[in-house]
Every structure is written in structure tokens, then in C-alpha cells.
Design a protein around this ligand. Structure first.
Ligand code: PLP
Length: 398
């Protein structure tokens, strides 16, 4: 589709053409099964080896054997969580955060029904993790602590190194799993420096196609397989390897590694420009996170007394793709669990919009979005039922 301004890169990204190019030979030419004995299978087997090496470098892992290819971020998380718990059946306590992605939270909800005790650590109004709560929750029985690296809705980065230090100083046997889906390609991942035991990513969030993910498992961490069958991925993830997609995530990781500086400078500059442009020109806009430590591509802005879904529809009419913090559940508009955990005021929680850039976002696209926002918000405020509140807010900003 032409004339689309895509600001929803935390939902998914476009596949980089260089990634697609690297994948192409593994569909119709080098399509052999990498486990076969004949020479024709050697090229795909070699391609997997090289991709594993690229993922090892991407994570700064010590060993290629610490990388397992999966199908997505959800599978990486499920494999890590179930794999650790199955190896430690006598321990029944888990710690996570209130703001994890549903692919993590819903696993814990299911585990609670199986008798696990789960503590959900809170965040403050800027979306920062409450480390004291974490400290107080760890006990002898804690099998696993699972904390995301950056939040998908707000982009707020959690201090993983500090989390690991706290956990290990209180119980050295507790394993730490990190859902790093929203930092891959945005900030450097260094599993050795962080000291994490397991860490998962998803290819489609950093310009590989949908349907491929990776999980780092430290060599000292033993897990049970999640998908059981053949010997692939050292028995930890059965099923014939998805060679083209594995090649794709390897290439995407290599490209992402090379563009980290660009993300930290240029993508951040455009995100900041977008944010400032909107906050300056729209009287009822507020930055939900404040200026705390965030990934460089994400902003989450609340528009007081108006409905986020309506903003999205008007943006879509202008060709702009963004997302709201709320999910539509059974006909009622349920505000996001992340923004609720941050105690975002009710006046703006329903009118919150996430915009997420990528290395393909251009300055002229950002200028266009900055120009489109004020008339859309002005139109929606004029039909809001909260006219008195809006008027006093407007006066307070003069
Ligand atoms: N974790 C986070 C933080 C995410 O944002 C997402 C996807 O939005 C996932 C996990 C799930 O990844 P996937 O869609 O590859 O299963």
C-alpha cells in the first residue's frame, strides 16, 4: 500500500530487503533438509551454523550452543519459563512484573491455576520498575524471576543488570529470564554483561519476517524442551529447521547490530522531534512516561478527555499507522494493563497513543505527522463530553 506512514514498529516491522535477499536461495535452490547426510544438505546446515554465529554475536553470548531458534517471541518465552520450572519442580514461586506482554503474563496466570505462587512487581508513574518490591519478594522457593528488558507500550527500559544482581545476591539458584523482544535492534544486548540466564527475541520486531525467534540459554542453565520430537536444536526445539527464516533472523541481527548507533542518534532525534512537536502544539497532550530511560524509537502520549480509538481512526484516514494503549475486550474498552499499573490518570488513559519509529522512518514523515495531529485533536476535543474540564485545562496552559 502506498502513502502509508508506518509508526507501529513495536507491533511489527517491515522485512529488510537485504534480509529477504539473504533468505531467497534457501527456498527453491538450497532446500535440502539440514539433517540429511548427502552433500546437498551441507549448504543449509552451514547456513544455520552461520546464522547461529550471528545470533551469538548479537547477544554477545559465550557459545553458539547457547542459541536456540524458535518460531517467535511467544515461543521463546514459553520455552524459557516452562523449561526452567520443569527442571526445578520442587520450587513453586515465580516473580514477574505487572507490565509484561500477555505472552508472559498469561503463562503465569495458567501456572497459578496449577498451584504456583506468582508475585507481580509494580511500576511507578513513569513506568519504572519497583526494585524494592523485587528485593522483598525473592525467597528460598523462588525458581524464576522474569522481567522484560523494555516495555512494548511505553518503551521504558528496565535495569536488567541491577535486577540480576539483586536476584543472585538473595538466591543464587533462582534463574532470570528476560523478554528482550522490544530492545532487539534498538539498544545493545550483552547477555554476559547482564548476567541473565535466559533471554528471548522475535525476528519480526527487527526487520526479519514473522515466524522466527531466538532464545539464549546460558550453558549453566538446563531446561526441558518445549517442543518435543527430533534431535534438532540439540533436542531443545524439535522440528525440521526453518532454514530460510533462520538465515533471515541471522542477517537481520547483523544489520541491526550495525545500525545501533543510527538508532541511538537519528531514530531518537526523530522520535524526540515528533514528541516535542505534538506536546508543543496540542494543549491536552501529556507524555505518559515522562523523559525516563526509554528505547529510542517509542513514545506514548495521552490526550486528555478524548478516545484513543477515535484518534487512531482519524490518523488512519491520513495514512498514519499508530496504536492505542487499550485493547477492545468483549465490547467494552478496557484500558491497557501497563498504563493502569502506572496509574495514568483516567482523564488520559483512554486517549493514549503509542507511536514507534524504525530506521526506515523519514524526517518528512515525522513533519507530516506533527502537522496532522493538532487539527485531529482539536476536532475530537470539540465533540468531547468534557467541555468544562477541557476549557480549564486550556486556560491553565496559557
Ligand atoms: N514480548 C513483547 C514485549 C512483545 O512486544 C511481543 C510482541 O508484541 C512479544 C513478546 C511476542 O512476540 P511474537 O509476536 O513474536 O510472539
Amino acid at each position: 500500500m502506498n502513502n502509508i506512514i508506518y509508526l507501529d514498529n513495536n507491533a511489527t516491522t517491515k522485512t529488510d530487503e537485504k534480509v529477504l535477499e539473504a533468505m531467497m536461495p534457501y527456498f527453491c535452490e538450497n532446500y535440502g533438509n539440514p539433517s540429511s547426510m548427502y552433500d546437498f544438505a551441507k549448504q543449509p546446515a552451514q547456513a544455520i551454523k552461520e546464522a547461529r554465529g550471528k545470533m551469538k554475536d548479537f547477544f554477545n553470548a559465550a557459545n553458539e550452543k547457547e542459541i536456540i531458534f524458535t518460531s517467535c517471541g511467544t515461543e521463546s518465552a514459553n520455552t524459557a519459563i516452562r523449561g526452567v520450572l520443569n527442571m526445578n519442580k520442587n520450587k513453586r514461586h515465580i516473580i514477574t512484573t505487572k507490565v509484561e506482554h500477555p505472552c508472559v503474563l498469561n503463562v503465569y496466570k495458567a501456572l497459578e491455576k496449577q498451584g504456583y505462587r506468582v508475585d507481580y512487581i509494580g511500576v511507578n508513574s513513569q513506568g519504572e520498575l519497583n526494585l524494592d518490591e523485587l528485593k522483598n519478594a525473592i525467597c528460598e522457593d523462588t525458581a524464576l524471576v522474569s522481567v522484560m528488558y523494555a516495555n512494548n507500550e511505553t518503551g521504558v527500559i528496565f535495569p536488567i543488570k541491577e535486577v540480576v544482581d539483586i536476584v543472585k545476591s538473595k538466591n543464587s539458584e533462582t534463574k532470570v529470564f528476560v523478554d528482550a523482544v522490544q530492545v532487539a535492534g534498538k539498544i545493545k544486548i550483552d547477555v554476559q554483561d547482564l548476567g541473565v540466564d535466559l533471554l528471548g527475541v522475535s525476528g519480526h520486531k527487527f526487520h526479519a519476517p514473522k515466524g522466527i525467534g531466538a532464545l539464549y540459554v546460558n550453558s549453566k542453565t538446563i531446561i526441558t524442551p518445549f517442543v518435543i520430537g527430533g534431535h534438532q536444536e540439540r533436542g531443545l526445539r524439535a522440528g525440521t529447521e526453518n532454514v530460510p527464516y533462520i538465515v533471515g533472523i541471522g542477517k537481520a541481527a547483523e544489520l541491526a547490530q550495525d545500525s545501533l548507533y543510527f538508532e541511538a542518534t537519528e531514530v531518537k532525534r526523530l522520535r524526540d522531534k515528533l514528541e516535542k512537536g505534538i506536546l508543543k502544539n496540542v494543549f491536552n497532550a501529556r507524555l505518559n512516561t515522562g523523559l525516563t530511560n526509554r528505547v529510542p524509537n517509542t513514545t506514548n502520549i495521552g490526550f486528555e478527555y478524548i478516545e484513543g480509538e477515535l484518534i487512531l481512526l482519524h490518523l488512519a484516514d491520513c495514512g498514519i499507522c499508530a496504536s492505542s494503549g487499550s485493547a477492545c475486550t468483549s465490547g467494552s474498552l478496557e484500558p491497557s494493563h501497563v498504563l493502569r499499573a502506572m496509574n495514568v490518570p483516567f482523564t488520559s488513559i483512554h486517549g493514549s497513543i503509542r507511536m514507534s519509529l524504525s530506521r526506515f522512518t523519514t524526517e518528512s514523515e515525522i513533519d507530516y505527522v506533527i502537522e496532522k495531529f493538532p487539527p485531529i485533536i482539536e476536532k475530537l476535543t470539540s465533540i468531547s463530553p468534557y467541555q468544562e474540564e477541557l476549557e480549564s485545562l486550556r486556560l491553565s496552559k496559557i
